[in-house]
Design a protein around this ligand. Structure first.
Ligand code: GDP
Ligand code: MG
Length: 163
């Protein structure tokens, strides 16, 4: 069984940007199912000779706030079921939102290893703002910039330890 790394979090935190970086130039292996799977992209990634599957969640088609939040929750529940490791992405530029707190509560109740990934840490000033995310109660945090790739090596070193 392949190791599966699922990226979850609310919209616009940068999940797809990280997914694209991790699966760069690799072909998506599943992309044409209906319903729940339509909101998920699967790709191959590799780090230090370990290959794994990355799942990008998002792209929700929802017409109200409630449906929208339910869709995010559903993706988190599926990730808890099928992922080896979960990357919970948050955004240093917005801080912790209500939806972040809700997702964190779901993840705290799961037995799956979760890494809190604080994205958009593009410079050292932003690095100083990352410690607030310890308040999510999910342990260690990993500051990264999906845009520049900064911090992603340290994150992946830790992720593959969970395989
Ligand atoms: P998703 O909705 O969580 O999949 O988020 P996206 O990957 O689509 O990114 C949302 C927005 O955040 C886009 O405009 C990205 O260019 C931007 N973004 C993603 N990663 C970074 C980052 O590391 N730094 C900055 N400054 N912007 C980022
Ligand atoms: Mg996306």
């Amino acid at each position: 069984m392949s190791n599966i790394v699922a990226i979850v979090g609310r919209p616009n935190v940068g999940k797809s940007t990280l997914y694209n970086r991790l699966t760069e130039s690799r072909k998506a292996i599943v992309d044409d199912f209906s319903g729940v799977t339509r909101d998920r992209h699967y790709g191959h990634a590799e780090w230090v000779n370990r290959t794994f599957t990355v799942i990008d969640t998002g792209g929700y088609v929802a017409n109200s706030e409630d449906v929208f939040e339910a869709a995010i929750r559903e993706q988190v529940v599926i990730a808890i079921e099928e992922a080896t490791v979960i990357l919970f992405m948050v955004d240093v530029t917005t801080g912790i939102t209500d939806l972040d707190d809700e997702i964190a509560a779901l993840l705290r109740r799961s037995k799956k290893p979760v890494h809190v990934v604080v994205n958009k840490v593009d410079n050292t000033a932003r690095y100083d703002e990352t410690c607030i995310f310890y308040a999510l109660g999910l342990g260690e945090i990993f500051p990264i910039s999906s845009m520049t790739g900064s911090g992603t090596g340290e994150l992946l070193d830790e992720v593959i330890k969970g395989f």
